[in-house]
Ligand binder design. Structure first.
Ligand SMILES: C[S@@+](CC[C@H](N)C(=O)[O-])C[C@H]1O[C@@H](n2cnc3c(N)ncnc32)[C@H](O)[C@@H]1O
Length: 276
């Protein structure tokens, strides 16, 4: 695998596509309270105001799109999962949603004032291609931005899962090879990819997010019900290893208990830039 793209982007895309079609309601049930924490900073960073034409790429259940509608923007959301798009339409009937690929946006050049993707970029087989597309559909002077996870040492939920698998299972369990999940946790890499897509003056900000979970089981449940790669890695563990992994994840979560709630640090990075 190279740093920039998997050796078989088609295979990885097919794996992600099949997965995201299955987990739309599980994602919505478990992740809304978490990924929504980045929405207002993302909309601020790309300048979404009343009347702005805004595109939400990899919209999922439409959290960013819905918030942009509340700012009286003209909003379109796109996602390659039809079940995510159906969920988004339920959440936000006033936005326009369509099924389509972030790497091949079905829009003419220059039609949007702002484009964003909230925890979308790290799931793409060819993120550079998606950034070039975001650049293409922006008007000159428009802004694009993306939110991604920090490294697993800081985004503790991922750290707990990966450490537990490393200790009791197999981090190399067979899954289609994809781009490194934490590639964009590095602010310099965010700036570099934005510049090479044509953007100028990239800015990177930390977003301090906390995932408030109701039980020690909730972390593994969320990953199994609502994610593709991390859930797939858990599902790919052997029947012997899985109970020990799940027990280790529960212990990891218990350490963050606060008055009966498990407060897991899940900080993100927000990168944004302007089209020249
Ligand atoms: C982690 S979810 C993010 C959802 C949402 N933006 C949020 O704020 O929570 C990632 C989304 O990316 C979508 N996705 C992944 N690859 C895609 C692609 N190539 N084109 C369009 N959507 C894609 C998935 O279907 C999924 O809805």
């Amino acid at each position: 695998m190279t740093l920039t793209s998997p050796s078989d982007p088609g295979g990885f895309r097919a794996f992600e596509h099949a997965g995201w079609r299955k987990v739309a309601s599980g994602y919505h049930d478990h992740f809304e309270s978490l990924t929504s924490q980045a929405v207002a900073p993302l909309l601020d960073a790309v300048g979404v105001r009343p009347g702005a034409r805004f595109l939400d790429v990899a919209t999922g259940p439409g959290y960013v799109a819905a918030a942009a509608c509340r700012r009286a923007a003209h909003v379109v959301g796109i996602d390659f999962s039809d079940s995510m798009v159906a969920e988004a339409k339920r959440q936000c009937p006033e936005a326009g949603f369509l099924v389509g690929d972030a790497e091949d946006l079905p829009f003419p050049d220059g039609g949007f004032d702002a484009v964003g993707t909230n925890f979308g970029l790290l799931h793409l087989a060819q993120p550079e291609k998606a950034l070039r597309e975001m650049y293409r559909v922006l008007r000159p002077g428009g802004r694009a931005g993306f939110a991604v996870w920090r490294k697993p040492e800081e985004a503790v939920g991922f750290g707990i899962i990966l450490r537990s698998i490393e200790t009791y299972g197999d981090l190399n369990a067979a899954l289609p090879a994809g781009p490194p999940f934490f590639r964009f946790s590095d602010p310099e890499e965010c700036r570099r990819v934005l510049r090479s897509a044509g953007f100028r003056d990239p800015e990177v900000l930390p977003i301090p997010q906390v995932w408030r979970l109701p039980s020690p089981d909730a972390l593994a449940e969320a990953m199994l019900a609502g994610t593709v790669r991390t859930g797939g890695l858990l599902r790919a563990q052997s029947r012997v290893a899985l109970p020990a992994i799940l027990a280790a994840i529960r212990d990891g979560v218990r350490a963050y208990e606060n008055n009966g709630v498990f407060e897991i640090p899940m900080p993100a990075i927000l990168a944004s830039a302007a089209k020249a």
